[in-house]
Write a new protein. Structure first.
Length: 469
């Protein structure tokens, strides 16, 4: 079969046909860099990565654009609350740009550890304000805006299909009684394109504009940057389901208002949430788990990736350490089996099984069914009818799409290790962590893992034991 994706517009699985044959323009909403990404956020980027790898496997050349929100994202998506970046800067005593740089780096350290490929283009909101102003001018010239209380707003009543993505009904929106703290809005769903009379008197970052000195609303950045890098109409836009009713709804309205072209985006792909047993994981409430916390608890980042792939991206997942243990054991078992198979195959190079690859592709092309794809992987690795070399060759292809690093990790320890060497490596790792070089610290942990040495980080230092299981 050919690739089919669930499109939030229309709520059906549709065959994927790109606007330009063989090419895909893909925009994924990136992180707001005021804090570490939590493992829920990282679910969104694992999905982007799986989608990109599947598109490449299906023969497309993909331009994947990701924004970095370093300005203007308020704690309420609907122009309410405080600016997340400024709050973080005040709390940490740093400048907004220092905060943004720090957490952007931390974000890419996490995505690298999860085997997420770097986007083709990473673009920062603060470096694209001129593009946002130019786009707002087009929206204004087309008659969709009004100025009120010094801010420039998008008038949703001028855009009749407003809310189609989220299946919002305009008449209901108008009739509903709502408490809205922004008294300047004509309709509560209207949203800010440009703030001049800031709620925050001393806003750290402001720019000159035709509407006065100020700063952009949050939604305009994604429209401006995606249009700049992917054109006025493109193939796929992704993000978490929380973005459907406000952020993506507003992005569509302002982009189509500016260009007069519809649909702006052909396929909308949204991942469901990762939740804690207590409910939503949220950066704003501070109640969240980071990848580093999992690593400190002794997990390999790939254990978390395996855990995510065990569920379909459109199903909500409840995180638990018990479930993560299950993922770790499953992945370890795959790695161990692969190691044995590689030893058995020796120097013989195998041929991938086309039948298994067809089943695997079928699963992935059916709206990225990673649970089914994992089932294929387990079947092939245990198939007694295939030679060891052919299994290894088949798994190598599958591993390249699932990105679980099974091939890389299934290597035998080259030399024995003694206690002095272990202590020296732990000291090197502690030093790397102090220098915030988490990639190096991880490599050392993984290196020790290969010898069956398991590290535990405690408040008084790192201890180690030999895992005899
Ligand atoms: P943010 O950094 O808050 O702008 O969010 C980055 C991405 O993570 C967005 O695509 C969100 O929709 C997504 N997201 C936020 N929370 C979760 C969660 N608990 N589970 C899955 N995705 C999430
Ligand atoms: Zn966005």
């Amino acid at each position: 079969m050919a690739l089919a994706l669930f499109n939030t517009i229309g709520r059906t699985v549709k065959p994927f046909i790109s606007l330009v044959p063989g090419k895909v323009g893909f925009y994924g909403c990136g992180p707001t860099v005021y804090d570490y990404a939590h493992i829920g956020n990282l679910r969104a980027y694992v999905l982007h990565d799986i989608l990109v790898r599947t598109l490449i496997r299906a023969g497309f050349s993909v331009t994947y654009v990701m924004n970095i929100t370093d300005i203007g994202h308020l704690s309420g998506d609907n122009d309410t609350g405080n600016d997340k970046m400024i709050n973080s800067a005040i709390v940490s005593g740093k400048s907004v740009l220092e905060v943004a740089d720090f957490y952007t780096q931390a974000f890419f350290t996490d995505t690298e550890r999860l085997g997420i490929m770097k986007p083709t283009i990473v673009c920062k909101a603060t470096e694209h304000v001129a593009d946002m102003i130019a786009l707002i001018q087009r929206i204004e010239a087309a008659g969709y805006t009004y100025c009120s209380g010094g801010n420039l707003y998008f008038d949703i009543t001028k855009f009749p299909s407003y809310g189609t993505l989220a299946r919002l009904r305009l008449d209901e929106l108008r009739a509903g009684v709502r408490i809205d703290i922004d008294k300047n809005k004509h309709n509560s769903q209207d949203f800010v394109l440009w703030f001049t009379k800031s709620k925050f008197e001393n806003h750290a970052l402001t720019w000159d504009s035709p509407w006065g000195r100020g700063y952009p609303g949050w939604h305009i950045e994604c429209s401006a940057m995606s249009i700049k890098y992917l054109g006025e109409q493109f193939d796929i836009h992704a993000g978490g389901i929380d973005h459907i009713p406000v952020h993506h709804t507003n992005e569509i309205a302002q982009s189509e208002a500016a260009t007069g072209k519809s649909p702006w985006v052909q396929y909308w792909v949204h991942n469901e949430f990762l939740v804690l047993d207590k409910g939503k994981m949220s950066k704003t409430s501070g109640d969240f788990i980071t990848l580093q916390m999992l690593v400190d608890a002794g997990y390999h980042p790939m254990d978390y990736r395996y855990f995510l792939l065990g569920a379909h991206y459109r199903s909500q997942i409840q995180f638990s350490y018990q479930a993560l243990d299950g993922a770790r054991n499953a992945r370890k078992s795959l790695v161990d089996k692969l190691l044995l198979l590689k030893e058995k195959a020796g120097s013989t190079s195998g041929t991938p099984s086309q039948a298994y690859l067809a089943s695997f592709d079928n699963a992935m092309e059916n709206d990225l069914s990673t649970p089914r794809a994992l089932a294929v992987l387990w079947t092939v690795i245990r198939d007694p009818k295939l030679s060891a070399a052919d299994i290894v060759a088949t798994v190598a292809v599958i591993d390249g799409i699932l990105g679980l690093q099974l091939m890389a990790d299934s290597v035998a320890a080259p030399v024995a290790i003694d206690a002095a060497r272990i202590e020296a490596l732990i000291a090197e790792r502690t030093e790397a962590k102090e220098q915030k070089d988490f990639v190096k610290a991880d490599c050392i942990r993984q290196e020790l893992n290969k010898y069956g040495i398991v590290l535990t980080d405690t408040p008084t230092g790192t201890t180690w034991r030999i895992d005899i299981l």
